[in-house]
Design a protein around this ligand. Structure first.
Ligand code: PNS
Length: 174
């Protein structure tokens, strides 16, 4: 089937999915899997410039994402420094994918999309609505619950559960 105007849908289109992923949770992974259904490839960009307040180092955040997405073909995980639009250009992507959970995300995301459009008009931001079961999830909530000993099993991939447990053990040992 061809789209209007006769052009074929471009399965080879690469999308970038940027974020802090501190740590990655199942809501993020849902967006990755769904984006991969639409785009020919998804490059997950782990922003390094959040490191100061981050619980996990860039190396750890990348490793957890790589472990969690190892089974999804066409997904790559890289870290990046600087602007998301420049990262997108560097990997040959014309799409930035973002997940939207609620109205509070929308205002901030709208500003970022507008600024990114101004910086690089050829790059489009595409929003995907978070699946309802993950609507309340955030990395901040995951960190907080885990730090106070609550269970986040079922909300994060096994690689994250292990590293959260290690991190918390090492903090208590100090
Ligand atoms: O997971 P987060 O913390 O919501 O991700 C935010 C992120 C990393 C996507 C955003 O802060 C970002 O794009 N940072 C890179 C620097 C940049 O491009 N800033 C201008 C955005 S308009």
């Amino acid at each position: 089937m061809t789209s209007r105007g006769g052009a074929r849908p471009r399965r080879e289109t690469v999308a970038v999915y940027p974020g802090s992923f501190d740590p990655v949770h199942n809501g993020h992974l849902d967006i990755v899997a769904r984006a991969r259904e639409i785009f020919g490839g998804v490059v997950i960009g782990v922003a390094t410039n959040v490191e100061k307040q981050a619980m996990f180092s860039t190396i750890d955040r990348v490793a957890m994402l790589r472990a969690a997405t190892a089974g999804i073909a066409g997904v790559e995980v890289r870290d990046f420094d600087g602007l998301t639009v420049e990262f997108a250009r560097a990997v040959g992507a014309r799409i930035i994918v973002k997940g939207l959970r609620a109205v509070m995300d929308f205002e901030f995301e709208l500003k970022m999309a507008a600024m990114n459009k101004r910086l690089r008009p050829e790059i489009e931001t595409v929003f995907m609505m978070t699946s309802p079961e993950f609507g309340y999830l955030s990395s901040t909530l995951i960190r907080e619950v885990a730090q106070f000993g609550g269970s986040v099993a079922g909300l994060v991939p096994p690689s994250v559960l292990r590293r959260l447990a290690q991190k918390i053990r090492s903090r208590h040992a100090r």
